[in-house]
Write a protein of this length. Structure first.
Length: 248
């Protein structure tokens, strides 16, 4: 049976990915720092309590595997919402650690398994912030840009071994994490939460947020044989962002 590992797979976008690969017939492994969310996962999943930026914890999970077909390096945090001069170094480091180092560690430890099989797909979760930049979110935008650079390099290094790498760039995704972003950005800009929400939606061609399911559907496609020649690509699932920092 094909196997998929999703980091931060117990809730949000990661949970939707895990559900999607489960429905597609994969054996699902997930890691997450939220023990409560892991407890809500189906009994037939292999669930591991692990911080994606902790190499010891990550290595322990991969040491239990004899093969891996799809990696979804999905772990991420929003980081602070502040002007760059107001960002504390500790907050910068915490944001970059999970978003970038988490993806690096997952890829580092997945690569030997996939090389052994001469096949595999790595799917890294970046963001439209990694394409356009993101005012008041410097740590997050920098990390997500770097994730794309990591993905491009993985595609080049691992392609000769039959391994593909791609990045999905979600736009504004409905859910608790985005609600927190909306509230913090509203406070930083002196706006209401609804004004910020409307600004995000107005900045897309589709005039809408996306859902976790939209992201999961793309991940399952990229992990499938139908995408066997898709590699090194940055794929935005965002309703087409026209203006990454809409002014109301």
């Amino acid at each position: 049976m094909k196997r998929a590992l999703i980091t931060a797979g117990a809730a949000g976008i990661g949970r939707a990915m895990a559900d999607g690969f489960d429905a597609a017939g994969f054996e699902v492994w997930v890691t997450d720092v939220d023990a409560g969310a892991l407890d809500q996962c189906p009994d037939h999943w292999r669930c591991h309590h692990a911080n994606a930026a902790d190499e010891t914890a990550v290595r322990d999970v991969f040491d239990q595997m004899d093969h891996l077909d799809v990696l979804c390096a999905n772990a991420g945090v929003a980081g602070p919402t502040a002007l760059v001069e107001d960002v504390a170094l500790a907050d910068w480091q915490a944001c970059v650690s999970v978003n970038l180092e988490g993806a690096f560690l997952a890829a580092k430890h997945a690569a030997p398994l996939m090389k052994q099989a001469q096949s595999g797909a790595m799917i890294l979760t970046s963001s439209t912030a990694g394409i356009y930049g993101y005012p008041n979110r410097a740590p997050y935008a920098a990390a997500k840009w770097a994730v794309i650079g990591l993905m491009k390099t993985l595609a080049m290094e691992l392609g000769p071994f039959g391994i593909r790498a791609n990045a999905i760039c979600p736009g504004a995704v409905e859910g608790p994490r985005m609600e927190g972003v909306l509230e913090r950005e509203a406070a930083a800009k002196g706006m209401t939460r609804d004004q910020v929400y409307e600004g995000y939606a107005a900045g897309t061609s589709m005039r809408s947020f996306v859902t976790a399911q939209d992201i999961a559907d793309m991940a399952v496609f990229l992990g499938s044989d139908q995408a066997r020649m898709v590699s090194g690509q940055v794929i935005a699932v965002d309703g087409h962002t026209e203006n990454p920092d809409p002014k109301l």
